[in-house]
Write a protein that binds this ligand. Structure first.
Ligand SMILES: *[C@@H]1O[C@H](CO)[C@@H](O)[C@H](O)[C@H]1NC(C)=O
Ligand SMILES: *[C@@H]1O[C@H](CO)[C@@H](O)[C@H](O)[C@H]1NC(C)=O
Ligand SMILES: *[C@@H]1O[C@H](CO)[C@@H](O)[C@H](O)[C@H]1NC(C)=O
Length: 172
């Protein structure tokens, strides 16, 4: 009887500790446990246009001259169904990140794009926003955001490392 009570108490304490620490973890570390980013976009143009624009941008930035910050070191890996894949190596930190974009036609002639970037380095937890910027720089660099009243981006810290505080240094 006494033992059972003791077990229950221990269990309760463990549950409370786990609950508190996971709460604290999300408070202090709101990001994915492995450095990565998922971000979605809506564009007011056909997916075929968005896709070819992003492919061209990856190819245009495939050289390894990184004097213009992040406009380098992309590699376009190809297309598979409605998904395109690539790689990006961040010049100053040398992470190799895998990126992909999946295209789905949406209502009103819009294109809904689900993008993801993930550090190939298994130990990477904090990425200085690199995974987010791998994706965003292609969109901004190719001007897909300009003159598009349907343009929208959405993500959260929970699915994108450092989303809310990342500064994507594209040109300076
Ligand atoms: C895109 O990459 C993410 C992160 O690596 C992965 O979870 C997802 O399955 C990939 N999407 C496709 C369609 O391959
Ligand atoms: C957006 O509109 C401005 C003003 O008309 C123009 O200068 C710019 O080139 C346009 N951008 C794109 C990507 O079409
Ligand atoms: C963006 O918003 C849609 C609709 O609310 C949601 O389903 C999706 O998960 C969001 N994407 C990300 C990457 O948070």
């Amino acid at each position: 009887m006494g033992c059972c009570k003791c077990c229950c108490f221990t269990l309760l304490v463990i549950i409370i500790i786990v609950a508190i620490s996971s709460g604290l973890l999300t408070a202090f570390f709101p990001y994915p446990s492995h450095a990565s980013c998922r971000v979605d976009w809506i564009f007011g143009k056909p997916c075929s246009d968005v896709k070819s624009t992003l492919i061209s941008q990856m190819k245009a930035w495939s050289h390894d001259d990184c004097s213009l910050k992040q406009q380098c070191n992309y590699e376009y890996l190809g297309e598979e169904g409605s998904t395109i894949r690539g790689l990006h190596v961040t010049p100053w930190i040398s992470f190799v990140d895998k990126i992909n974009f999946t295209f789905n036609a949406a209502s009103g002639g819009n294109c809904y794009v689900q993008a993801a970037s993930e550090s190939a380095a298994a130990y990477a937890v904090i990425d200085f926003g690199v995974n987010y910027c791998n994706l965003r720089n292609l969109v901004i660099g190719s001007k897909l955001d300009e003159n598009d009243s349907s343009y929208k981006e959405n993500s959260t810290n929970a699915v994108c490392t450092m989303y809310s505080i990342a500064h994507c240094n594209l040109y300076t």
